[in-house]
Design a protein around this ligand. Structure first.
Ligand SMILES: Cc1cc2nc3c(=O)[nH]c(=O)nc-3n(C[C@H](O)[C@H](O)[C@H](O)COP(=O)(O)OP(=O)(O)OC[C@H]3O[C@@H](n4cnc5c(N)ncnc54)[C@H](O)[C@@H]3O)c2cc1C
Length: 479
């Protein structure tokens, strides 16, 4: 097998016939043709096709050491700094295609799997867990170029620190049985972006308390596993017009709640079972966080660059560049972008081999970046609103431009430097980033997708090495 093409991805997902529900109806027939999923599946397919472009082949793929075939660089376990650089370039080629709007382009989860498998010894170190399953599964995924979603957290019912869910009122997905064939899962999980349009779903947990064995698991199963259901939210791909919804029509990834009705997970797909310490350590003691954040920050840089481009175009289009506050706002984006770029490069410069031989970027700059972006991204969208002002609601549709109104629109909605159609296209783009349902969900995504921002802050507080600085001050001042 080798890196997938877009058509192979589409055919595989259509064949799966996963149990996906949208707007009160079960999705029947080819999911790639359903209006809620067609746009993003087409975009995802285009990403896979980029792996086969002759001029990108060396960045997007590498030769598998088991089959000799070219497989996706998103699966590459880095062992040198050059590998990290190659990974960054690959991630940014894919991110450029969606302007960073596809948080769940396949490289995100492929990096997850690679990072977990590269640290699989953690499972061997601590009790009877399943490192071989994890390693074998990584190779299987890499050779077949499978696509993934994942779900890490339980439904948002009661987040109080003292909450304990009783056995007779199951909400959060838990292990309810173990049989010779596998483990049985019942309950729900929140949430899976791209749920139902990927080959597989990875389900795992971390941050568990001592007594939560039934919730301590990690596994991957095909999206069409019996008993598995994806309950989607309303689609934000309102129509397929790229004029009306330049981003939403193509990159609306969909989010879904996952319900497990006594789902049997075969033993060969189980990585962790009923071991709270291992379930937690799989994420906290492995090189998962720095490797995944390297992907995340690489994508976010492309997104910030895109927004800077859009913001500057807004400024030019209505000729507001002479005003000092406008320059300051553009500089705010520049500063955040350059900070992000510097942090990513610092993480690569400070990369070191971990104890399993993987080249791991320095976590500290990446942790700073992932605390910073949830703060600056909402500000980016605010800046677009502050610069665009009423222009963000004077955005006629494609149909308006094709109607008898065209003459009026051409005259009254022209830009200082362009015709009305170009100006409307630009303002619709800025609206789709900063105001549409698609755009608002993007902001929520950047705030929360890697976990609650407060907890990311706390992690930085605990993880950042400053002991030597404290000792220096104590020594210098005799404290
Ligand atoms: C658009 C989007 C896509 C996502 N996609 C995925 C996905 O594909 N897969 C996946 O697994 N997850 C996904 N997530 C979920 C994401 O991981 C969570 O949103 C994040 O972990 C926060 O959890 P929560 O949403 O349950 O918020 P909660 O934990 O319920 O937080 C709600 C509020 O309560 C506060 N709070 C709760 N508990 C505490 C505490 N202990 N201490 C202090 N404050 C607390 C939080 O700070 C927050 O203000 C996605 C989220 C979004 C918004």
């Amino acid at each position: 097998m080798a890196a997938s093409t877009g058509q192979e991805y589409i055919n595989r997902i259509n064949r799966l016939q996963a149990n996906v529900w949208h707007n009160g109806e079960q999705v029947k027939g080819k999911i790639s043709e359903h209006p809620a999923f067609a746009g993003v599946m087409k975009s995802q397919a285009a990403l896979y096709d980029l792996q086969h472009e002759e001029n990108l082949k060396d960045i997007m793929t590498y030769v598998s050491d088991t089959t000799g075939m070219r497989v996706g660089t998103s699966f590459l376990r880095p062992t040198t700094k050059e590998d990290l650089e190659k990974r960054r370039k690959m991630i940014q080629v894919w991110a450029k295609y969606s302007h960073g709007m596809m948080g769940r382009s396949p490289d995100y989860k492929n990096t997850n799997i690679m990072a977990l498998a590269a640290s699989a010894d953690i499972l061997a170190e601590q009790g009877t867990q399943f490192p071989e399953n994890l390693r074998r599964f990584y190779e299987f995924a890499r050779e077949k170029d499978l696509s993934f979603t994942h779900t890490f957290i339980s439904p948002q019912v009661n987040r109080s620190s003292t909450h304990y869910e009783s056995d007779d009122n199951i909400v959060a997905a838990r292990i309810v049985d173990k049989t010779p064939d596998g483990i049985v899962i019942k309950g729900a999980r929140l949430l899976a972006t791209q749920g139902g349009i990927t080959d597989e779903i990875i389900v795992s947990s971390s941050g568990l308390k001592m007594f939560e064995e039934p919730f301590a698991y990690a596994f991957s199963i095909p999206s069409n596993t019996e008993g598995l259901k994806f309950i989607c939210r309303e689609s934000f791909a309102y129509d397929s017009s790229t004029f009306n919804h330049p981003l939403g029509s193509r990159f609306e990834e969909m989010d879904s709640v996952m319900v497990f009705d006594d789902v049997l997970v075969p033993w060969d797909r189980v990585f962790v079972v009923e071991n709270v310490e291992v379930a937690n350590n799989l994420y906290s003691q492995s090189s998962f966080k720095p490797l995944v954040l390297h992907q995340v920050v690489s994508r976010q840089i492309v997104k910030a660059e895109f927004i800077l481009g859009v913001a500057q175009l807004l400024v030019n289009s209505i000729a507001i560049g002479e005003y000092p506050h406008v320059k300051e706002k553009i500089c705010e984006i520049i500063i955040a972008l350059e900070n992000h770029k510097a942090l990513l490069l610092a993480s690569e410069m400070g990369a070191k081999l971990d104890k399993w031989g993987t080249m791991v970027p320095d976590l500290a700059p990446l942790s700073v970046a992932v605390v910073q972006f949830p703060k600056v991204y909402p500000r980016f969208t605010e800046i677009l609103q502050l610069l665009g002002a009423s222009g963000l609601v004077t955005i006629p549709t494609e149909a308006d431009l094709q109607s008898p109104l065209k003459g009026d629109l051409d005259q009254y909605l022209q830009a200082a430097n362009a015709d009305a159609e170009s100006r409307i296209k630009l303002f619709r783009l800025a609206w789709d980033i900063s105001m549409s349902a698609f755009g608002s969900r993007q902001t929520l995504y950047e705030r929360f997708f890697f976990g609650c921002p407060n907890r990311l802050n706390q992690a930085l507080y605990f993880e950042y090495n400053r002991h030597h600085l404290v000792e220096d001050v104590k020594k210098q001042f005799g404290i």
